[in-house]
Design a protein around this ligand. Structure first.
Ligand code: HEM
Length: 476
């Protein structure tokens, strides 16, 4: 396969030195550095060989629309998702129709459903945070804390709860889910790349078994507080004739798709705010302003959430710096690819196409000045509306940051995720005092093996101190 002659109209090809494997090792170790190096060598479009597969990488943000808006019959999101689904979660769905699934997801995660989800999330965030006892100072990893609160609340919101009032059963069960999920999470990248050792394979299987038990579909469907999203997804699986054991496996896949990014995103945002007192003060002032004359529960109105433009800018900035998904499509037919500047290429059927917006636009110094710096107001214009004017090569850039993907397969949970992160940070500000244990500590490094799968978690955690402001439950 290595020696199939490439056509002159195809992007430059870099095989790497190792036959068949090509660049797989470097790519898996640190995709951002590898792709930046390839960009310097070949420009903003090239093909690399990775574990027997030809991967064409496009890094020109002006041309991203020609990929993300292309018909799924030519560039498929579902084909690659199917491979990962099976490899990572042992999920095989007969007649899987990703388009139908996405339509159903949209209906239950967006539009009219969003308000109900936001209300439920607010209730569960409040309950989980209220379960922190007393008003004494505590120390914990900020990632551990943020991920745990976000995942437990997000899980109870979507997968169901016994009550909205934070019953002991819900608090305990959601903690079990979180603890087991983190064990799976740690082995996921190796499983996606087929790099688990025999021992790790055993551990991975055993933790997944535990989670399949915890996410048993029959038990989930009996919960009084289950969401419409869960009900419809389960009905959809039933209609496909998926056996119940496989349905429980699909629940774990969905737990990862819906909860794997929000916790790390909440962590990074809180950390940037803690390291930037000016940004923290601006977010706090905006919250106080919004709350003037209102009760806390008004925070869950979409109008109030949308008004928080300083917060939106800080969140967008934090995601710009830390969200690094691959937008991957399987090439289903030989295809012309016309770039925005007039260059024309052909893509070959059977290859894979990948955008990596983290390199450009997100960290592109031509688009974002001092791209390594957190500037909470980067996405605010002088009249304090959302800033949209960013330029590259003299042309306005449409996609200035792409944490959610874009186009046909843009994240369906985007609005729920944004609302959830906002509520989490606001509830923290209203109910807790918190600070870094060591404010001089530099930001943690990324876990570089996680590039490509969404928000990149840190290599290690950062210790913070927190204590409740009041003794009684104050967030209800
Ligand atoms: C900060 C949080 C989140 C980020 C950064 C994020 C990002 C993404 C990205 C980049 C994609 C893939 C787009 C593509 O390949 O074109 C995606 C897909 C998806 N997201 Fe999100 N997401 C987040 C939170 C959520 C939440 C809270 C939900 C649901 C409630 C959700 C549900 C989904 C689903 C269902 C898919 C499609 C997955 C599939 O078909 O396999 N996401 N998300």
């Amino acid at each position: 396969m290595c020696f199939v002659p490439r056509r002159s109209s195809e992007p430059p090809l870099d095989h790497g030195l190792i036959p068949w494997l090509g660049h797989a090792l470097e790519f898996g170790r640190d995709a951002a550095s590898f792709l930046t190096r390839m960009k310097a060598k070949h420009g903003d479009i090239f093909t690399v060989q990775v574990a027997g597969k030809f991967l064409t990488v496009l890094l020109d943000p002006h041309s991203y629309d020609s990929v993300v808006l292309e018909s799924p019959d030519k560039l498929s999101f579902g084909e690659y998702a199917k491979i990962l689904m099976e490899r990572m979660f042992d999920v095989r769905l007969p007649d899987h129709n990703p388009a139908a699934e996405m339509k159903m997801f949209k209906m239950h995660l967006q539009h009219q459903s969003l308000q109900q989800l936001t209300g439920a999330m607010f209730g569960h965030l409040s309950s989980v945070l209220n379960s922190v006892p007393g008003t004494t100072w505590r120390e914990e990893g900020l990632l551990q804390f943020s991920y745990s609160v976000m995942l437990r609340s997000g899980y109870l919101t979507l997968f169901g709860s016994e009550s909205m009032q934070g019953s002991e059963v819900d608090l305990r069960h959601s903690l079990d889910i979180y603890n087991e999920f983190r064990k799976v999470d740690r082995l996921l990248m190796k499983s996606a790349r087929g790099q688990l050792s025999a021992l790790e394979k055993k551990e991975f299987s055993s933790v997944k078994e535990n989670l399949w038990q915890l996410l048993d579909i029959d038990k989930l469907c009996k919960k009084p507080g289950r969401s419409k999203w869960l009900e419809s997804y389960q009905r959809h699986l039933q209609e496909l004739g998926v056996p119940t054991t496989m349905q429980s496996r699909a629940m774990l896949l969905q737990l990862w798709a819906t909860q794997g990014n929000s916790g790390p995103a909440a962590f990074w945002l809180l950390l940037f705010l803690l390291k930037n007192p000016e940004a923290m003060a601006a977010i706090r002032a905006e919250l106080e302003n919004l709350l003037e004359g209102h009760e806390i529960r008004h925070l869950i109105s979409q109008e109030m959430l949308d008004c928080a433009i300083v917060f939106n800018s800080a969140l967008e900035e934090s995601l710009r710096l830390t969200a690094a998904p691959f937008v991957t499509r399987e090439v289903l037919a030989d295809l012309p690819l016309n770039l925005a500047d007039g260059r024309k290429y052909t893509l070959r059927r059977g290859d894979r196409l990948c955008l990596f917006p983290y390199v450009s636009p997100q960290m592109d110094p031509e688009i974002h000045q001092e791209p390594q710096m957190f500037q909470y107001d980067r996405f605010l214009s002088v009249d304090t509306s959302q800033k949209k004017d960013f330029y590259k090569a003299g042309r306005r850039v449409k996609h200035v940051s792409m944490p959610w993907g874009a186009g046909r397969n843009i994240c369906v949970g985007k609005f729920h995720a944004m609302n959830s992160i906002k509520l989490f940070v606001w509830l923290m500000l209203l109910n807790f005092e918190f600070e870094l244990k060591n404010p001089q500590e530099t930001l943690p490094e990324f876990d570089k093996s996680r590039y490509g799968f969404g928000v990149v978690p840190p290599e290690g955690d950062v210790v913070f101190r927190y204590r409740r402001r009041y003794n009684q439950a104050s967030t209800k």
